[in-house]
Design a binder for this molecule. Sequence first.
Ligand code: SF4
Length: 374
Amino acid sequence: MVKKKAKAKKVVAKKAVKKTTKKTTKKVAAKKVVAKKATKKVAKKVAKKVAKKVAKKVAKKAAPKKAPAKKIAVKKTLAKKGGDQLFDSLLELIRKTSAEIPGDIQKVILEALHREEKNTTAEYAMNIIKANIELAKKKSQPLCQDTGTILFYVSHPVGFNQTEFTKTVHKAVRKATEVGFLRQNSVDSLTGKNDSMNVGPGHPDIHFHEHKKNSVEIKLMLKGGGCENVGAQYSLPNQALGAGRDLDGVRKAILDCIVKAQGKGCGPGVLGVCIGGDRGAGYVQSKEQLLRKLDDENSVADLKKLEKDIVETANKLGIGPMGFGGKTTLLGCKIGTLNRLPASFFVSVSYMCWAYRRQGVSLKGDNSIAKWLY
Ligand code: SF4
């Protein structure tokens, strides 16, 4: 009996334990589910937060701040525009210089044509020159097959980047040659090889001058080879000419140059003259005189008188256009001076043919053309 009771107790106890275990297991499982759910929620929240943070960081790194991005873009555009704009302006300057005679020169040529006697070779030659000028302008083609030495004169403010400017000039000259505004006109002096692009040592020839203005002014001269050949330099005194070291000696030297050039150099011409300087500076200055307008007046009274006298005297020599005889040997004469050494007295003469190609532009801040100078 006692044994039976003990057995029954054991069974009850076992059942109770089982029940309790079941309950506990259920509870634990429920707790686990809750915990799992909670973990999931938290994980989701954390993941969201982290994802947001990461996304923000990535976004920050990938895209720079809005304002600087804009600045960089504008800067880049301006730089590109500025470079291209200078190239465009230079190309247009070359085209116009090559194809169009400036107004002050055309006016003097027409006046000379009207002065020539009718039905003479001189009148015929001047008429051809006139027709040539009109046709070149109309067709926007070079005025002469010899598009000459390319001479740039650049006046710029302090801080101007000459290196960058030179690069753009070379680019524009290459393009102008490619499209036919310029002839392939520059050869290696030893081999005679033509690089076919007009760019090489000394060509184009660029002269920089610093000035006090804020703007950049570019003048261009295309100087023919035929007329360059008849330029001359005199060292006074010159016994053969009876020319001393004074203005009368200068006059004799200039007239001698005109006589020797007759029939060559494609007259009627214009003379640029420099009294003084050394040999190199004298020639440079004589060419710069050709940048003056034909109708300007020399500010030095003696030189103004000499300029007028030279033109009048030359036109009485009977050499005429192309040396055919007639009344027009010279269209103008411009004289300047440079200091010299007491031991030297040079008179340098640069002769410009009737195809007097020079132009100039003043540039705006963005390198577009503000105005034409001739
Ligand atoms: S000298 Fe003048 S006009 Fe004569 S061929 Fe040369 S560029 Fe032409």
